[in-house]
Design a protein around this ligand. Structure first.
Ligand code: NAD
Ligand code: UFG
Length: 340
């Protein structure tokens, strides 16, 4: 079985590529290295004992992409990660986000749909906004996006749904990730934020490592038990497994609808303060933090109903929050020792 992974050297893509190789799949990995580097390839090999076939291709380059299909296809499945993902930057530079995330998706979809290659898309729980009912299931109404980045996920889902409807035999799964955190247990691959991290866990680990003076907890007067926002943090290894299970489902189950949506989360809502305590418990280290002003546009509470993916694919998260935070810390330490 041969799988094409776009954005395969990035945070989530590198974990999925590693797990695919370890599970016996052959992988062709595309990345324009905009938010990753080629040394990830050696790390993937160090973990899995195998290498993907790597092509430094930009998915906006339609001709180069078609060549990949001609020279390295046919593929049994495509997992599409290649996109920009910085929410704040997307507000300042919306066209950069629409151009990359939408053009790239259209290009890969045109190759995937003519060859009827099963397709998996990285979507986000951001499409639900602040849901009225918790936990959030896949039938919850979608809200207007709060950023151009979020809008590329909503638009992306619609583009894929339309393509599935028009191309008989073409099937896709839209995975709506909740909050991916952590790293491979080996500490060899993980998330490498550019500049100041925007997300909670990399900011926290950089603070504990002394790179940032203090973690700002954005608001403690929300309508939640301890006043801080609630999220559903999922270990990146569990998320990676959900991609493989989705692929197996697309390939094996003849009853699969042409375009299906699945949440990928743990089903547990965790507040910012609870996460800090869990980190301290897991590592034995103190997290210096202060309560600061709420962040504009933050959703108060979001956690997944995981019934659909558990029932349909028998997928279940295996890692605890503490294990996820410990792996994030192990990765941070590895980054520090490499930079010395
Ligand atoms: P990442 O930035 O670490 O990985 C994306 C990879 O795609 C990078 O290696 C980058 O160099 C590459 N890339 C970007 N544009 C490209 C292009 N035009 N051609 C080829 N390669 C390109 O991000 P990630 O966290 O691994 O996210 C992967 C996917 O999951 C993205 O689509 C993201 O929007 C989505 N997602 C991420 C999260 C999250 O919290 N990390 C949550 C929901 C959805
Ligand atoms: N937070 C802090 N301090 C920080 C960073 C975050 O208190 O320094 C808080 C936020 O206010 C929020 C929680 O920690 O309450 C989680 O924040 P993240 O930025 O880590 O995650 P978000 O849920 O806000 O957003 C992320 C991505 C989105 C994506 C979404 C769902 O940034 O792009 O997860 O996948 F859509």
């Amino acid at each position: 079985m041969k799988v094409l992974v776009t954005g395969g050297l990035g945070y989530i893509g590198s974990h999925v590529t590693t797990l695919l190789l370890s599970s016996g799949y052959a992988v062709v990995c595309l990345d324009n290295l905009d938010n990753s580097s080629e040394d990830v390839l050696e790390r993937i090999k160090a973990i899995s004992g195998k290498s993907p076939e790597f092509k430094a291709v930009d998915v906006r380059d339609k001709i180069a992409l078609q060549q990949v299909f001609t020279m390295h296809g046919p593929f049994d499945g495509i997992i599409h990660f290649a996109a920009y993902k910085a929410v704040e930057e997307s507000i300042k530079k919306p066209l950069k986000y629409y151009e990359n995330n939408i053009t790239g998706l259209i290009n890969i979809l045109s190759c995937a749909s003519v060859t009827n290659t099963p397709f998996i898309f990285s979507s986000s729980c951001t499409v639900y906004g602040q849901a009225k009912e918790l936990p959030i299931d896949e039938s919850a109404p979608l809200q207007p996006a709060v950023s151009p980045y979020g809008n590329t996920k909503k638009m992306g889902e619609e583009i894929i749904r339309d393509t599935c409807q028009s191309s008989k035999g073409f099937k896709a799964i839209l995975l709506r990730y909740f909050n991916p955190i952590g790293a491979h247990p080996s500490g060899k691959i993980g998330e490498k934020p550019k500049g100041v991290p925007q997300n909670l866990v990399p900011y926290l680990t950089q603070t504990v490592a002394g790179i940032r003076p203090i973690l700002n907890v954005f608001g403690n007067q929300y309508d939640t038990p301890d006043g801080t926002c609630i999220r559903d943090y999922i270990h990146v290894m569990d998320l990676a497994q959900a991609h493989i299970d989705s692929l197996v489902y697309l390939l094996k189950d003849m009853n699969v609808e042409s375009c299906e949506v699945f949440n990928v989360g743990t089903g547990n809502g965790v507040s910012v303060l609870e996460l800090i305590i869990a980190f301290e418990r897991a590592t034995g280290l103190k997290v210096p933090y202060t309560i600061s002003a709420p962040r504009a546009g933050d959703t108060v509470s979001a956690y997944a109903s995981t019934k659909k993916i558990t029932h349909t694919m028998k997928w279940k998260p295996k890692y605890t929050l503490e294990e996820a935070l410990l792996s994030a810390w192990k990765w941070e330490q590895q980054l520090i020792s490499k930079s010395k």
